[in-house]
Design a protein around this ligand. Structure first.
Ligand code: ADE
Length: 231
């Protein structure tokens, strides 16, 4: 069971994501719970503003430390289980499968989704957070990054995926630095293209050997960096 508390100014972004397929099943079966918190509820002025102009001038708006920190503290206190806190930012540690595996062992995570120019710098001085980036590009906010994290972590929680979708052999998982092999299904021939003969002969040892070789070949041609990088 893993609990996510997501702090966002736009909780509706998560609506479709949470109500579809595997994620909905995981929530219904109690393997996962996701709680959305609208940070605006912690705004203190009459306009419910969460952001303000940056000291020193310049473009964009900054999320106010005086709203964000009380919001984090209140959410942290909603259960007795202390959560690790993740702040999404393009400046964070680069997200990968290894980090997903580490996070999947936690019982509770608070996900902080920024907007605008980001959070007032003092948030990270007052609250212990791990800054995480999902890649070297800039998003409008952390919501899409939070969905990436939730989906990749929840696949690793035991019992969330059925046996046939098992994540154990996923590319990038510990002990697997290879891309997946090619997959084929009916029809056996389409527009003159057949499927590798070995997959049709029912010899499981030969099929396993072909799949391993195909994985290696695909990794070497599509992602040669994976064969070099042993970290
Ligand atoms: N917020 C804006 N860009 C981001 C990124 N690349 N990763 C995580 N959070 C972000």
């Amino acid at each position: 069971m893993i609990r996510f508390d997501v702090l966002t100014l736009f909780p509706a972004i998560f609506d479709g994501f949470l109500s579809e397929s595997i994620l909905e099943d995981a929530i219904n079966s109690g393997k996962l719970s996701i709680h959305l918190h609208n940070m605006r509820n912690w705004a203190t002025d009459k306009h419910a503003s969460m952001d303000d102009r940056p000291f020193g001038g310049g473009p964009g708006m900054v999320l106010k430390v005086s709203c964000v920190v009380p919001c984090i503290e209140a959410v942290q206190q909603m259960t007795t289980q202390k959560a690790d806190i993740i702040m999404f930012s393009p400046q964070g540690k680069k997200y990968n499968q290894k980090l997903a595996e580490q996070l999947a062992t936690k019982e509770r995570l608070i996900l902080l989704c920024g907007r605008y120019e980001g959070f007032d710098e003092r948030v990270t001085e007052l609250v212990e957070v791990e800054e995480v980036s999902i890649g070297d590009y800039v998003l409008n906010g952390g919501e899409v990054a939070a969905m990436v994290l939730i989906e990749s972590v929840m696949r690793l929680v035991p019992g969330v995926l059925g046996d046939c979708d098992s994540s154990r052999f996923d590319s990038f998982s510990s002990g697997n630095r290879l891309l997946d092999c090619g997959h084929y299904t009916r029809p056996r021939e389409f527009r003159g293209l057949g499927v590798p003969e070995v997959l049709l002969n029912g010899n499981h040892a030969e099929i396993a050997k072909w799949r391993e070789a195909n994985s290696l070949q695909r990794t070497a041609s599509k992602r040669p960096d994976l064969l070099e990088d042993q970290n």
